[in-house]
Ligand binder design. Structure first.
Ligand SMILES: NC(=O)c1ccc[n+]([C@@H]2O[C@H](COP(=O)([O-])OP(=O)(O)OC[C@H]3O[C@@H](n4cnc5c(N)ncnc54)[C@H](O)[C@@H]3O)[C@@H](O)[C@H]2O)c1
Length: 558
């Protein structure tokens, strides 16, 4: 087995790593030293010569060096990661898989004190306020470190090594946790093969005496057996309710029925409900949790790509009415969201491909790296290519898109941002997430929600937003072309739709995103979005017409 040590500068990775390796007669690999040896310079010099960007690229090469993790129950290698290496999702994928990750934790004040006496200056904390700098690094990195086992790195070296030995003496978890974030909108745990184990752990943390699970047959058939076995092993009785598959789960009558079942089970206020499934199941079970006893905690285990990168995050819950989708709902933040990227392997290709429409939107909001991963691997992810799951591309797409949603929601939990002229993704607040959705929703509604999946409609909406943006001077032509080229590559939004422009226009008029009576358009800019409410109707009409099949004389589409 490999032990990987992570933690902030000054947390003792080198000293503890060396001692642990010596005790086990195992090699010690300090990735910072590997970088220095390859460059023939100290890290501080690399920073000053090449900047952080240069250092990070050298670090990426060093991270790949150790290759695959060693197996077995004895410590074969001890590896110390540079403190910031694990921020990069691909580095974490390479470093964490198959390894026992130990987080050497320590209070920022104590770490600053240690670093003051260190012969080895750390560039990122070398300024006039080292404690503030360490606090900044801690808040940016803690979720990555917290995926490992936490040990107090400030204790005497021998006792830290003892603590690590106790941890490795227990059989390791089977999956890989890639981050574990405690946020104002719930705990969010992300990884591969982690679903059953983290669910049991989360229910334990919440003091649950049983697992009240709501799922649906399409998801439960794949993920249910392993979850049932884990609950069984933990001695947690399972109470399972299955909703119908897909949008049929979002019916008010079903909520009444399910609430009665909870009442029969004498479910109390603090007892958590667990929602296991796609976006439809999560919306419906979320609404049940939001309203039963005026709110009980909910843990989401999203099993589709839409649910993992979008619907399980943000606390929006809803059911449909015959008059329209999502008309009855509530905001209800989950206690936890457990995202297991392995669940996506069994999804039908069309579901994965469509959901990538949302990922393209997240990239367009300003994540250049997400753009390039989608350009490189998006098609393979959509097709369920094993290599795209094995090399970390799929995990990186989910992590980046999901975390972008977390940050947007945290900044604007109840959609209060996005004034009529908000410039930049941050200023647009949660409204930024509406990029591509005005036309997307109108197209979905015009098609009676039957022809296109949501992400497929969003892809058309993104094309529409790009074209409107270019027309009104908000979107540089090159940016619009990059977004549309990516959609082409993914096979999204291809071909014109056989819908009536009048019907699409009518649904656009019903869009909820109005201010002062005018539709607020979220349009791409060179590196984010702008909100504009001065888009002439003639421009919208022309762009919408370009997405639809030209109607023949006498056709019902006219
Ligand atoms: N609350 C929000 O913020 C929000 C955001 C976006 C979408 N939504 C809602 O999400 C819903 C769409 O969600 P969706 O796209 O996940 O569709 P879905 O929930 O209908 O699931 C799609 C299909 O995938 C199957 N499935 C689920 N997990 C599977 C797995 N691991 N392997 C194989 N098959 C699996 C399901 O049985 C279903 O047939 C819509 O109702 C939409 O309104 C909500």
């Amino acid at each position: 087995m490999d032990v990987l040590l992570v933690g902030l500068p000054g947390s003792g990775k080198s000293a503890i790593g060396r001692r642990l390796a010596a005790r086990h007669d195992a090699p010690f690999i300090d990735l910072d030293e590997v970088v220095e040896a390859a460059a023939g310079r100290r890290i501080a010099e690399i920073f000053s010569d090449e900047g952080e960007v240069g250092f990070r690229s050298r670090e990426r090469a060093a991270v790949a060096g150790p290759g695959a993790a060693t197996e077995g129950t004895t410590i074969e290698r001890v590896i110390a990661s540079g403190g910031g290496a694990v921020v990069d999702p691909r580095n974490r994928w390479l470093l964490y898989r198959g390894r026992t990750v130990i987080w050497l934790d320590g209070a920022p004040e104590a770490l600053a004190q240690r670093l003051r006496h260190s012969p080895n200056p750390r560039p990122l904390v070398a300024g006039p306020d080292p404690i503030g700098a360490i606090r900044g690094l801690a808040s940016a990195r803690e979720r990555f470190y917290a995926a490992g086992y936490r040990v107090n790195g400030l204790a005497p070296v021998a006792s830290v090594v003892d603590a690590i030995e106790t941890i490795v003496s227990v059989p390791p978890a089977s999956g890989t946790r890639l981050f574990d974030a405690h946020t104002a909108i719930g705990r969010i745990v992300f990884g591969e093969g982690i679903g059953p184990e983290v669910l049991v752990e989360q229910l334990g943390r919440m003091g649950a005496q049983r697992a009240l699970v709501v799922s649906e047959p399409g998801a439960w058939g794949f993920v249910g057996p392993a979850i049932t076995a884990a609950l069984d092993a933990a001695g947690l009785p399972l109470e399972l309710g299955l909703f119908p598959e897909g949008e049929a789960a979002k019916r008010l009558s079903l909520i009444e029925h399910a609430a009665s079942a909870l009442a029969e089970l004498r479910v109390e206020r603090g007892e958590p409900l667990v929602a296991i499934g796609g976006g439809a199941l999560g919306d419906s079970a979320g609404f049940l949790a939001a309203t039963y006893l005026r709110g009980i905690p909910i843990v989401h285990v999203p099993t589709t790509l839409v649910a993992q990168l979008d619907s399980s995050i943000g606390g929006k819950t809803a059911v449909d009415l015959p008059e329209g989708k999502n008309l009855v709902g509530a905001f209800h933040q989950p206690a936890a969201v457990i995202v297991d990227v392995a669940y996506l392997r069994t999804l039908p290709d069309r579901q994965r491909r469509a959901a990538l429409g949302e990922a393209v939107k997240m990239a367009a909001l300003g994540d250049e790296r997400l753009f390039s991963v989608l350009e490189d691997a998006g098609r393979r992810i959509a097709g369920g290519d094993d290599a795209a799951f094995a090399d970390g591309s799929a995990a990186e797409v989910v992590e980046r898109a999901a975390w972008a949603k977390v940050e947007t929601v945290l900044a604007d939990e109840r959609e209060l941002g996005g004034g009529v002229r908000a410039t930049g993704t941050a200023a647009a607040g949660r409204l930024a997430l509406n990029l591509g959705h005005s036309i997307g929703h109108a197209i979905e509604a015009a098609g009676g929600y039957e022809t296109l999946l949501h992400g497929e409609a969003v892809a058309y909406g993104l094309r529409g937003a790009c074209r409107i943006g270019v027309e009104v001077g908000a979107t540089p032509a090159a940016r619009a072309a990059r977004i549309e080229d990516l959609l082409d590559g993914l096979g999204l939004g291809i071909g014109r739709l056989a819908l009536s422009p009048d019907v699409v226009r009518r649904h656009l008029g019903a869009d909820k995103k109005h201010a002062e009576g005018r539709l607020r358009w979220v349009l791409p800019t060179v590196d984010g979005v702008i909100v504009r409410s001065d888009v002439p109707e003639s421009v919208v009409d022309a762009v919408v017409a370009g997405l639809l099949e030209p109607a023949a004389e006498g056709s019902p589409l006219r």
